[in-house]
Design a protein around this ligand. Structure first.
Ligand code: 0X9
Ligand code: ZN
Length: 296
């Protein structure tokens, strides 16, 4: 979907499903666009806890918002433990970058901050103020330019304020950020190869996700450590969620594919990718929070 189509769809959901869903703006991007938060309320009393889902922080990773948007009606239809959860979804964390990837540069990654010196954009997934600056670039021309300071960007400020608000009022069980590509379930830390709290639980639940996702089309998602298995990076959503919010479960999911098409994934992969991801999400969400012990 184009940015306009995404916004139209969210407005439509807000009017047609207002009994269980609300769409609000949590702040503005650097070019003044709204960053939308979709809250799906529990059907029954809210005993299940809350889950935060982020998509689209990297502009060119178009499969991320596509897959996450397709989850919204599935959450609304679901009649299982999932209906006891508060689901918070930011389907498009970097609207300016996304628009730019449609109009000017398909492989744009960062936001659209104008830096001095001629190279634009800050990598929003290096801008979170946890271990800020350790493994990221201070060069505005780099794809992983961290910005001038932790939370220098309005997009990451809006995201963290909203996440802090959710964590302050409900039992936030899990944070998942959707990216592409590579087919990985990444668990923290990303800033060090040392082990994060709850590592065995994150691996176990990640494997449940991957096994369920594989059943449908045979797609293999590897469960690996972000820092040790992929590469060291700091100032990321997943590390901030683990280090500051101290959620039990924090993940970055790298969606399809393994590199054949990479960021420019063909549209015929949207539906199968969404289906396998939903299979993974259903089992994962049953295996975190109250009742999770039955999965041990
Ligand atoms: O480098 C990133 O920001 C992510 N990969 S991507 O190709 N989508 O850009 C991975 C982030 C993984 N998390 C940590 N390293 N903490
Ligand atoms: Zn990414």
């Amino acid at each position: 979907m184009t940015l306009d189509q995404i916004e139209w769809y969210l407005k439509e959901l807000n009017t047609t499903h207002s009994s269980r869903l609300s769409v609000t703006s949590i702040g503005k991007s650097i070019e003044g666009r709204d960053i939308w938060l979709v809250h799906i309320r529990p059907r029954r009393c809210s005993v299940g806890g809350a889950v935060w889902i982020e998509a689209g922080i990297h502009a060119r990773e178009w499969i991320s918002p596509a897959v996450v948007l397709q989850m919204i009606p599935l959450f609304l239809e679901d009649c299982s433990r999932l209906e006891t959860l508060d689901i918070f979804i930011v389907p498009m964390a970097n609207p300016d970058g996304y628009l730019y990837s449609w109009t000017s540069n398909r492989l744009w990654r960062k936001n659209r901050r104008i830096n001095s010196g001629g190279c634009d954009g800050v990598d929003l997934n290096r801008n979170w103020d946890f271990k800020f600056g350790l493994f990221s670039s201070d060069n505005p021309c780099s794809e992983d330019y961290r910005g001038s300071a932790g939370f220098s960007e309005p997009e990451t400020q809006a995201l963290k304020d909203a996440m802090l608000a959710v964590a302050g009022t409900s039992n936030l069980l899990m944070v998942i950020a959707f990216h592409s590509y590579g087919q990985y379930i990444l668990y923290p830390w990303g800033w060090t190869t040392e082990e994060a709290p709850d590592t065995q639980k994150m691996i176990g639940r990640g494997e449940l996700w991957a096994t369920a996702a594989k059943k449908r089309y045979g797609t293999v998602y590897q469960v690996i450590n972000a820092g040790g298995g992929l590469y060291l990076a700091s100032g990321t959503t997943d590390d901030w969620a683990k280090g500051v919010l101290q959620v039990n479960y924090s993940y970055t999911v790298e969606l399809r594919d393994e590199g054949a098409q990479g960021f420019v994934l063909s549209p015929d992969q949207i539906k199968p990718c969404s289906e396998e991801v939903w299979d993974g999400m259903k089992i994962l969400l049953r295996a975190v929070g109250p009742g999770e012990h039955i999965f041990l």
